[in-house]
Every structure is written in C-alpha cells, then in structure tokens.
Design a protein around this ligand. Structure first.
Ligand code: FAD
Length: 399
C-alpha cells in the first residue's frame, strides 16, 4: 500500500488530491494506494475575492466553502493540522497527537500572515490577506472615512499575490470617486520596493495609473512600527505617515508547523526544486503552492499549475506509466485596475514579464475564472487550461 499524504486543503492541495483520486481510481479501489488530506480548519477560501469583500462590499460568506464538499470521495479528509514533519522518518505528527506515515508527502500549507512581527501593526491595521471576516471590516471602515488619509500597500516582502496591494489602492480610489470624496481623502501607497510594482514592465502601467488617479507612492518604505493611538505608521528609513485607514499587506511566513519542523529557511519557505517541485534533497516529498521557495510569484494560478505537475509526477512514480513533468514557473496573475479593466502578469522562469495593457476582456476573463474556481479544483477543466497554457506551463515526457 502506497500512502499519499497531503498537508493543506487550499488551491494546490485540493487540486492535487482530486486529480490523484481520479488518476489512481483503480489502485485506490484495489487497496494499493491511499490518499489522505489534512487541513487546518476545513474551510476553503477563494482569496482573490477578499479584495471585493473589502473594497466593493461583496458578502464574505460568498468566498468560503466547506473543504469536505470540494474533495473527491476517494480522498480521506481530516481536519487535523500537521504540527511536525519528519522527512527522515517519513512521519507527520498532527495536532490531535496522531502520527501518520507516508510514502509520498505533498506539502501545500500555503503562507501565513504574521501581523505581530511589527509593533503596533496588529492593533492598527486591517488587511485583505488573512480572512474574509477581516476584509469585511475594511468595508465597514472605508464607509466611515469622510476625510483624511488612507494608507494602502505592502509592509514586507515576499507576500502572496503581488498585484493585490496595487489592486487595493486602485479599488479604494474608485470607491472614493464614486462617493464624491476624492478631494477630501488622500490615498498613499507604501512599499519597501523602489516602485509600486516589482516588475518594471508592469510598473510602467501601474505608475501611470497611480499618477493619473492621484495615488501618492512612498517607495523604500519598510514598515518599522505603527502607533495605533496617534494613527501614524513609521518606516525603518525614518519617515512617517499619519492615517485615518490603514490597509497594508502583513508580514508573510510559512505556517508555524513548517518552521517548527526545521524544513524551511528562516521564514519557513521550503527549499524546493523549481522544476520537479521536490523538496531539495528528497525524492518522496514535494512542496507546492505558496509554501515553496520558488522564484515565481506566490499565486493561485501557479499553485494550480504546480498541482497538475505534481499529480502527474506522483502518478508516474506509483504506476511507472504516464508522464513526468517539469514546471516552467508560469504565472498568469490578474490585476483588477478598477473602472472595468484588468491586466495579467505573465512570466515563466525563462521569459521576462510580458508587456500588457489593461482591457475589459481581461476583467471578464478574471470574473469568469472566479465563477469557475470551485469547479477547477476538481481538475475536470484541465482540457481548457491545457489548451490555454500549452507547453508554456510544463515540459513533459512519457515514461
Ligand atoms: C487578496 C488576495 C488576492 C489574490 N488574488 C489572486 C489572483 O487574482 N490570482 C491568483 O492566482 N492568486 C491570487 N491570490 C493568491 C492565492 O490565493 C494563493 O496564492 C493560493 O491560494 C495559494 O494556494 P496554496 O494551496 O499554496 O495555499 P492556500 O490556498 O492558502 O491553502 C493552504 C491551506 O493549508 C492549510 N494549512 C495551513 N497550515 C496547515 C497545517 N499545519 N496542516 C494542514 N493544513 C494547513 C490552510 O488552512 C489552507 O487551507 C490572492 C491572494 C489574496 C490574499
């Protein structure tokens, strides 16, 4: 019996589990393979819509589903998070005190936000990266602000979804314009980077949008601390900004279980082969999605594409047939630039970010994907994604 153990039921873990359950149906039925997925809380959040909860008032309940309803019936599912991973002994210890042995381990626990890293931050800041509930509080807050300053941006890098802070600033601007408050409320964008967006190609578009819409950028602003009483955010560079609403992306780390297991770097990101997605130095453990230290963006699209590569490689290892694949680092991250348009950030490990411009079609595509998201997790729409991404997403050869 081969035991496949998956840690984390987010985009990467759910998709991989479902594709494996379908591909290994006969082996599971014959008792040769078992797939188990462990999740922290049993809730699956479609995180991109946190932005719409926070800045457009979408109902937060629309963003969450019960993970058990998203998994193939051949997957054994438990809400019992991993607390320790022993890659040498091939054992995972869980919060309920169980020890689970595995033959193939898939670590897909995502990234965690750790607002307590920065003094005063947790008390002062509302963010759109942790929970839909927190995003809902942003909506309540921006509806109360009638004058002053809204500070949006990034407190530290890396973080998931690089476009999200820019989207937040642009959606706030649209919100204020609609309310007739543009001349009363300033929008300030802070970032530790030298410009609003990391890649120069996309930054050219974003900087122009910020300029046109009166969003003031503060580059080289590494958040040092926040004084919630005075409502001031301080940078390590010695500057400060007062605020009436503070909506920054918090410090991100790997979940505590990864840090406690000593299998990641100082922030827990797991050293991972960028093509095979195997944990470096292992042939039986994969890291995929946000928790891996890959030189590509931490995004749902990459998690999706990595899930397909990992599932194919595990099937090939177990059955000795099928395809062995290498991930290309492909990203295709949407950025809603407000007023009905979006752009996509498109790269691979080898190809630089494509030159793009915001269009209405792009926003329609983003919305269409949001509607299809829960179905994509089943892995049954891969024929569409295969046509769309083709060999740009993976390089495969028959066994
Ligand atoms: C505001 C926002 C907007 C975004 N927009 C986009 C977008 O437009 N396009 C895009 O591609 N991406 C977007 N993303 C990023 C995308 O949501 C993530 O990159 C993606 O969900 C990563 O998938 P994952 O499976 O690695 O992690 P997640 O989907 O975060 O799942 C991790 C899972 O692991 C579980 N877990 C944690 N610790 C443990 C443990 N110890 N044991 C077991 N389970 C555990 C968690 O509970 C969770 O269920 C956005 C993110 C945010 C916050």
């Amino acid at each position: 019996m081969k035991r496949i153990l998956i840690l984390g039921g987010g985009t990467a873990g759910t998709m991989t589990a479902n594709i494996l359950a379908k591909s290994l149906g006969r082996e599971i039925k014959d008792g040769q393979v078992e797939i188990t997925l462990l999740d922290k809380d049993g809730l699956h959040i479609f995180q991109p819509n946190n932005l719409y909860v926070g800045f457009k008032g979408m109902k937060s309940e629309k963003v969450v589903k019960d993970e058990s309803t998203l998994l193939h019936k051949r997957v054994k599912f438990f809400v019992d998070p991993a607390v320790k991973i022993d890659l040498d002994e091939r054992i995972v210890t869980t919060r309920k005190g169980l020890t689970r042995k595995y033959d193939h381990l898939l670590i897909s626990t995502g990234a965690s936000v750790t607002p307590d890293e920065i003094p005063g931050f947790a008390k002062a800041n509302l963010d759109f990266h942790s929970t839909p509930g927190m995003a809902k509080r942003i909506w309540e807050k921006i509806n109360q602000i009638k004058r002053g300053k809204i500070v949006v941006g990034v407190s530290a890098i890396p973080h998931k979804c690089p476009p999200s802070p820019v989207e937040a600033a642009l959606l706030v601007e649209q919100f204020l314009k609609k309310k007739g408050l543009k001349d009363k409320v300033e929008i300030h964008f802070v970032t530790p980077l030298p410009r609003p967006y990391p890649s120069e190609t996309i930054n050219d578009v974003v900087s122009k949008l910020f300029e046109d819409r009166g969003i003031i950028t503060h580059p080289f602003f590494n958040v040092d601390s926040v004084d919630p009483q005075k409502q001031v955010v301080y940078s390590m560079e010695g500057t400060e900004i007062s605020y009436d609403g503070l909506f920054l992306v918090p410090y991100h780390k790997a979940p505590q279980a990864i840090i406690d297991s000593g299998i990641g770097d100082s922030d827990g990101w797991i050293p991972t082969d960028k093509h095979t997605l195997l944990v470096k130095g292992r042939d039986d453990a994969y890291a995929l999605g946000d928790v891996a230290d890959l030189p590509t963006s931490k995004s749902g699209v990459t998690a999706h594409l990595e899930a397909v590569v990992t599932a194919k490689n595990v099937v090939a290892d177990i059955t000795g047939t099928g395809e062995k694949c290498r991930f290309t680092g492909r990203t295709h991250c949407p950025m809603d630039v407000a007023y009905g348009k979006a752009l996509f950030v498109i790269t691979t490990y080898e190809k630089p970010t494509r030159k793009v411009k915001p269009t209405r079609i792009n926003l329609m595509m983003k919305k269409m994907f949001s509607m299809m998201y829960w179905t994509t997790l089943k892995g049954s729409l891969e024929f569409i994604f295969d046509r769309f991404f083709g060999e740009d997403a993976r390089d495969c050869s028959k066994q």
